[in-house]
Write a protein that binds this ligand. Sequence first.
Ligand code: GLN
Length: 197
Amino acid sequence: MSVGVLALQGDFREHADVLRSLGSEVTLVRRPEELASVTGLVIPGGESSVMDKLTRMFGLADPLRAAVERGMPVYGTCAGLIMLADTVLDGISGQQSIGGLDISVRRNAFGSQTASFETDLDVPALGNAPVHAVFIRAPVVESVGPRATALATIADGRCVAVEQGNLLGTSFHPEITGEYRFHEYFLQKVQTAGFGA
Ligand code: GLN
């Protein structure tokens, strides 16, 4: 059994590399048959409006929703976090998400590409060492509903990492900084869930 990375658009190769270096077999997911064969899924960073259109075009949106409802572990970074949010603010006209996370997320909350930045975050769930986080046209979690839990906030108090059962999401990109703890945390969920076994 292997872990999937949604590979329609965005930095899926970087996620696949991190997962492989942690000992996982990886399937790049582009079709419903591939989704049906994996024990968990990473949704990469990229452009959520494009990813939304492609998941619908490739017939993956409804199977993905069903998998999330059945408890498949899913980790979304940046655009992937937007895909997992129940409510998307500042989406393009008609933009949909897969949903599952009881949060509302605002796209491009820090402005344009030039407003990208890096910072160190405290993430108690991952231990004491800070997480170096890179934000690229990143979303922010504007509100966290009762079913979701904030895992990290930036200095001004805004939430940038959340968890809800088997779902995990970050506004930033651990896959490009050599930070593997979020992927390890996700793989623990995959192991515990035993999804598709
Ligand atoms: N701004 C992008 C979006 O709306 C996300 C950027 C990213 O994934 N780095 O999807």
